[in-house]
Design a protein. Structure first.
Length: 331
C-alpha cells in the first residue's frame, strides 16, 4: 500500500477518534500527560483514543518526568501519566503512594525495557560465544575503530547525560583501554542513533551503550550483552564523577509505572481499573515507533496504526462494551 495513502488514512482515523467523545461523556473530562519522549507519547495517544471511544473527554497535556510527577502529587493533575520512569525518584513515588495522593495504576506498562550494552546481531550470529561482556571485551578485533582499526570501538553514552559517567567508569572497571579498546562519544542522542543506523545499514559491527524501547531498535534490532549482576553500591560509584574505584555492575532494572491521581481513581474507579490492563511489550512498542519513523507520522497516527494492527492485543485490555465501541470506530 502506498505510504502516503496509509498515513493519510491513519490521520483521518486519528481525527475521528479525537472527535468521538459523546455528548454525555461516561467519565467526564480527564487530562493525560503527553511526555517528551517517544514511547510515552505513543502510550498517551493510545490511552486517549481508547478512552475517547468509550465516551471520555480527554486532553493531552505536555509533560516531563519530574514536573508531571510534582504536579500530580501537589494538585492531582494531570489525572494520568502513562509512563513514569521511577528509578531516579523511587522515594518520592513511594511516599506519595503511601500518603494516598497518587495511585500506581500499572506497575509494568512495558516489558523488556531498560538500558545496557548492546552489539549487532550479525557479529553475534557469527560468534555465538559472545554472550558476556568479558567475552566481547576479549575480541576488540571484531569491532575495529574506523580511525584506528588496531583498536576496538566502544560507543559510549552521549556527553552530558547521566549515563555518560557510568559508561566511562565501566570502561575503566573492565580495563578496556589496556585490552585494546577506544571509548567513543557520539556527541548526542541523534549521533548515537545515527551510528547504529549507519552500522546496521552497512552491515558493520557495533558495540556500545543504548536502551529500549526506541524506534531505532524497533527497526534495527541489537542484541543485549550480559554485563553481570546489578550492584547498587558499585553502580552509585560508577555514576559519580568522583568515583576512584569503579567496579562491575549491570544497570538497575528499569522501574516504569502508570500513575494516576488518587482523586481520579476515586472519581472513576472503573476507568482506572481498565487502565491497569494497558501494557506493551518491547517488541510491540519498537515496531510501532519504527513505523512512525519510516512514515513520518504523528503520534496520534501511530496510535491508530497500533490499534488497527494489534486488535488481538488491545482486545484483551477491554471489556466487551468498550471493545465494541473502539472496533466500530476503527472499521
Amino acid at each position: 500500500m502506498n505510504i502516503k495513502f496509509t498515513t493519510k488514512a491513519f490521520g483521518a482515523l486519528a481525527a475521528a477518534l479525537l472527535l468521538s467523545t459523546s455528548a454525555n461523556a461516561a467519565c467526564g473530562k480527564m487530562q493525560i500527560a503527553d511526555m517528551n519522549w517517544a514511547s510515552a507519547s505513543l502510550m498517551a495517544n493510545v490511552d486517549a483514543a481508547i478512552l475517547n471511544a468509550m465516551g471520555c473527554e480527554t486532553e493531552l497535556v505536555v509533560g516531563a518526568t519530574m514536573t508531571t510527577w510534582a504536579s500530580m502529587d501537589a494538585t492531582g493533575k494531570p489525572d494520568v501519566a502513562p509512563e513514569i520512569w521511577a528509578n531516579a525518584m523511587a522515594t518520592l513515588v513511594d511516599s506519595a503512594v503511601a500518603a494516598g495522593r497518587v495511585h500506581v495504576g500499572n506497575a509494568a506498562p512495558m516489558s523488556g525495557l531498560g538500558e545496557g550494552w548492546f552489539m549487532d546481531p550479525i557479529t553475534r550470529d557469527a560468534h555465538p560465544e559472545l554472550t558476556t561482556v568479558e567475552a566481547v571485551i576479549a575480541r576488540p578485533d571484531l569491532f575495529p575503530d574506523k580511525e584506528d582499526p588496531s583498536k576496538g570501538a566502544f560507543m559510549g553514552c552521549p556527553a552530558g547525560w547521566g549515563c555518560q559517567l557510568a559508561s566511562i567508569n565501566l570502561f575503566r572497571a573492565h580495563d578496556m583501554e589496556a585490552k585494546g579498546w577506544k571509548l567513543l562519544d557520539p556527541g548526542s542522542a541523534a549521533g548515537l542513533d545515527a551510528d547504529i543506523v549507519r552500522a546496521s545499514e552497512q552491515g558493520e559491527p557495533w558495540f556500545g551503550y543504548y536502551w529500549a524501547p526506541t524506534a531505532v531498535l524497533g527497526k534495527y534490532p541489537m542484541v543485549a550483552v550480559s554485563v553481570g549482576e546489578y550492584n547498587a553500591e558499585a553502580h552509585t560509584c560508577n555514576g559519580s564523577v568522583d568515583c576512584t574505584d569503579p567496579s562491575y555492575s549491570a544497570y538497575p532494572a528499569a522501574k516504569v509505572v502508570t500513575a494516576a491521581s488518587q482523586a481520579f481513581v476515586d472519581r472513576e474507579p472503573e476507568i482506572a481499573e481498565l487502565m491497569k490492563n494497558v501494557s506493551f511489550t518491547n517488541a510491540q512498542m519498537g515496531a510501532v515507533l519504527a513505523w512512525r519513523l519510516d512514515n513520518n507520522a504523528s503520534y496520534d497516527e501511530a496510535a491508530v496504526y497500533f490499534l488497527t494492527t494489534n486488535k488481538d492485543v488491545w482486545g484483551g485490555w477491554l471489556n466487551d462494551e468498550a471493545k465494541g465501541k473502539l472496533a466500530a470506530l476503527l472499521k
